[in-house]
Design a binder for this molecule. Sequence first.
Ligand SMILES: Cc1ncc(COP(=O)(O)O)c(C=O)c1O
Length: 355
Amino acid sequence: MVDVLRSGRLSLGPMVPRFEEGFAHRLGARFASAVSSGTAGLHLSLRAVGVNDGDEVITSPLSFVASANVIVYERATPVFVDIDPVTLNLRPDAVAAAVTERTTALLPVHIFGYPADVAALERLGLPIVEDACEALGAIHPDGTPVGARGHPAVFGFYANKQLVTGEGGMVTMDDAAIKERIDSERNQGRAPNMDWLDHDRLGFNYRLSDVACALGVAQLEQLDELLADRAGVAALYREALRDLDPELTLPCPDAGGAVRGWFVFVVQLPRGLARDAVIRALAERGIPSKPYMPAIHLMSFYRERFGHREGEFPVCEDVAARSVALPFFPRMTEGEVGQVAAALKSVLAGSATLS
Ligand SMILES: Cc1ncc(COP(=O)(O)O)c(C=O)c1O
């Protein structure tokens, strides 16, 4: 980091390929391209797999809004389908049923770091862009790290992620032509071998600076510990909340060889409980928590633009209405997790009086 500052090469310098090569190597992908955010990576990836005006892209309604917005950026239509009630990821059978002649890509999201069933989606034979923004460290049931299946897979490095560069992202892929296109479009449409200020296609400024890449390189060296710290906090939560199970739905445990890359600890409250009142009661006990995540199709922009309404995706809507993200950070102690668990237990025990 200090070397970068002293070098005067704060962008378009040597730290970018160093971070990219280290990241690709760590995941077992052929290539990686550093970009200014997860959103930028998703946008460039959709363009690189050929999404155009009027196309349809099938994706999950339970995600951060960016994964649907990038489809709209290209004037394509996000086609939402319902999620699996256990993993909270896209249901491959629902995806298959939604494919039309206008479907040009699938955009599965590894929500809350749990790997989506990409192997089943691959059998549909359509281009795939994986939203792995929350899933660094996750592993598919067949042992492949998320990000190493060959399709463009996009990671995010915003300040709450497993690896952070403030803002930033990375696309991994196996196809050299996709890497070439993403590298050009992130830099205003200039190919690496072109003259200064010559541009042969439309591009963007989606570059990641050398300063940010230096932060990334340093954290890659400690990634195992960073991931283990998060998994450790999740294990403490699971133990501390064990006696509330199944009244409270905890994040699904790893199953069938899949491994979650821990990002957040989201619980689903019992049905019929006023979530906002629970969040307020937790705040009164000094515990911050958030409703997380809302269903994208029910956000006002998506209702107005695409005419979405309640009742379209019942599993997603049920989960979105009951979900609460508890405090979760890598260095949380057993005592801190215990305080959250105790507060949650006391709120749920007194839930009859909540309003
Ligand atoms: C599922 C998902 N997709 C996309 C993004 C967008 O990433 P960024 O904020 O880096 O643009 C995020 C990050 O918050 C995310 O959680």
